[in-house]
Structures are given as structure tokens and as C-alpha cells.
Design a protein around this ligand. Sequence first.
Ligand code: EPZ
Length: 419
Amino acid sequence: MHRIRIRGCRPLSGEISIGGAKNAALPLMAAALLTEERLILSNVPQLADIHTMATLLAQHGITVERVARDRRMLALGGAITNPEAPYDIVRKMRASVLVLGPLLARLGQARVSLPGGCAIGTRPVDLHLKGLEQLGAQITLEGGYIQATAPCRLTGAKIVLPFASVGATENILMAACLAKGRTVLANAAREPEIADLAACLNKMGALIGGIGTDRLTIDGVARLHGAEHETIPDRIETGTYAVAAAISGGAIRLRCARLDHLGSVVRILREAGVEIIEDGGGVTVRRLDGLHGVDVMTEPYPGFPTDMQAQFMALMSVAEGAAMVTETIFENRFMHVPELNRMGARINVHGASAIVRGVATLSGAPVMATDLRASVSLVLAGLAAKGETVVNRVYHLDRGYEALESKLAACGAAIERLV
Ligand code: EPZ
């Protein structure tokens, strides 16, 4: 099994190119099910999760090809031949459930394996199902599968989400595009990935209003057509490398990064003593004199993202003073804490909050984590630690960070993959 070895305590300096957002590209790919014409997506990162979505779509009958002249461009198209998303693929990647809304809207039927829990929480899909039921779908759960039908086309409805779920917003949004009449989706999630999906759907002929707000209006159309769309840059990859600059005491320019997508991450990092300056084509991040403890609470966008919580905790573990980090989105997202503590961090968890008392230095150790962001937080801690850190279970990192080692190594990190 692959591992990553880091020899820490080197300030990073240089430039990193930010790739397309994984969490934008996955729903954009699922949107290909909404039309028989070709959807061309550019700036798609080369990641394990993207490959899994391509495999899922292929078994529905949609061909997904990397365009030879630009490996970041995907051409998707074809007739749907199979309405079933099997357990073997869905269990590998929960975002597979995003095919449910499009399949149902297009075919009037879908059979999608229930995703089940994962390392960071139970993660039910009840809000996806209730929303689709409000659009007229009949849904039963049988043998671990969601069995959904809508023989007479979905019908627009007023839907109020009790919680601004990203995935539920995306599934309902895609389904409503082909429903009869108007759908109003209130308390919708406002993450930039949702605005990106809505922008692409509108290019495909959908009529979506309120993009970027928590109230989306969707006037259903009979059919959607092909389109070309460029995926937004990955705001979590941006935030992660911003922390890499700060924790190592260096300065990195993040090419193609968009500050306007970072929400409260910018304010929090600045409060912690990190300089962040936007220029024409990117953002430069530099640690100023010292780092200070800052309290954060994860919230839906534009609040502090749960997907940056572990990385921020690694940063706080070497800041002066204390920081309270509260996780409100997932119930089990502190799996990195015992591993950071093994590297010398002083973190205590009390329910949904962790108190991080900063230490002068961390020390390298063999570590491992059970999800993507927890794993990358250990890489970040390794950059600041004395001695050698070996991060195990690297396949989590490969799901969400393209060329992590070479991007960091190009900025002077002593990091390599051991195979
Ligand atoms: C998306 O997951 C992201 N994944 C996650 O990225 C991210 O952590 C999360 O949004 C929150 O920002 C993709 O975009 C592919 P949610 P999603 O539905 O859609 C509860 C990463 O590291 N909930 O907003 O699954 C749920 O259990 C990751 O890249 C229900 O109770 O997130 C959770 O506690 C992992 N019922 C909370 O809402 C539902 O029907 C937020 O989930 C749906 C969600």
C-alpha cells in the first residue's frame, strides 16, 4: 500500500496550480444523464472519485471520454441503457447518489443503492428522497436500494429543506429541471459548487433563477440539450495549500484560485496571522510573524467549511494560544485528533468541540486517517513537524488531491510517495 513520507520544518515557497473542484465536477458529470446530447466539461481534475463517477455513468450507458488534446476535458454522452446504480460502486463513493434525481427525471424510474454511513458520519439521504417525493416521485426502500418511480413526469413544487444539504439541493435541482411547472427550493445550500451546477444546467437549456442564493426557482422544461462548461477551481484545495504556506512559515502563490469562493476561510486565516492577497490570476498566501489561535465553527457556505476543519486544526496546533474548533455538519469528523496528538499536538475533544492548545513544534510520526481531509491534515502537520512523518492509507488523498506530492515538492517540501 502506498505511503507518503514528509521531512518537515522547511518553509515552502513557489507557485501551485489549483485544479478544478472535485465536488463541482461530480454533480456536473451526473447532469450528463439529463440529456441525450453531448456535455463537454473542462477543468475536470484527474482523481479517483472522478474515475468512479465515470465508471458509474458508463454502466448507465453514458460514455465518458477524456479529450486527447486536453486531458482535463471530458466529453459525456449517450443513451441511458440501465437505471440502476449498483451497491459495488455506490459504496465506494457516496456522491454516486447524485444520479438519482437525473435518472428519475429523465426515465421516470431509478434504482440506486443506499450509500450507508461513512467514516465521518451516518450521512442519511432522507432529504434527497423527501424532496423528490414532493416532486411527485414514489419511493420505496428495498434490499438496500432506493426504488423510485415517476411514471407521469415529475411536477414542480414548493420545497423547503430543513437543512441546507449540498447533495439534496443538487439532486432536487437536477430533477426539477425536467419537471412540469415551477419548483421553488427554499433553504437551498449556497455552496459555489451548486451555483456552478446551476450555471451549467442553464447552458443546457434549464430555467433556474436565484443562483447563488438560498432560494432557487426552477421552471421545468421538456428537454435539455448539450453544452460546454468549465468547472470552477477547487476552493478546498486552495484552502489546503493556503494552510500549507502558513504552517510551513512560507509563501505560496495559488494560481487560478478564487478568493470569492473561500467564504469565511479568508477572514479566519487573516485573523490567525496569515496574509492573503489576490492578484489577477490567483492568490498569494504568506505567514506573517506568528500564528494566533482563532475559534472556528463549521457551517454551510459561506460559513467555515467542514472540509477545511481538519486542515485548520493542524494549523492551530502550532499557533500561539488556544483555539476552539466546533464541528456542526458531521457528527464524527475528529478522527484526525488522536493522530495529530501522536505528533505532539495538544487537542482535547469535548462533544462537537475540540480545544487546541498550540505547541512550539510537532514531531514526525507514522500516522493514518480514515477520510480525505483528515489525511491531508496529517500531511500539513508533517510539513511543520521535526523529523519524518509517514502518512499511511494514501488512497484517501488520491480521491481528492491531484498530484499532491509534486505540487508541494515544487515549492520545496521534502515529500515523496513510497510504493
Ligand atoms: C458534500 O457532501 C460534499 N461532497 C462533502 O465533501 C462536504 O463535506 C459536504 O457537502 C458538506 O459541505 C460532495 O459535494 C460530493 P450534505 P453531502 O448533504 O452532499 C446531513 C469532501 O471531503 N444530511 O450537505 O453529502 C448529513 O448527514 C466531502 O470532499 C441529512 O441528515 O453533504 C450531514 O450531517 C466529504 N440528510 C449534513 O446533512 C440528508 O438527506 C451535511 O450533508 C442529507 C444530508
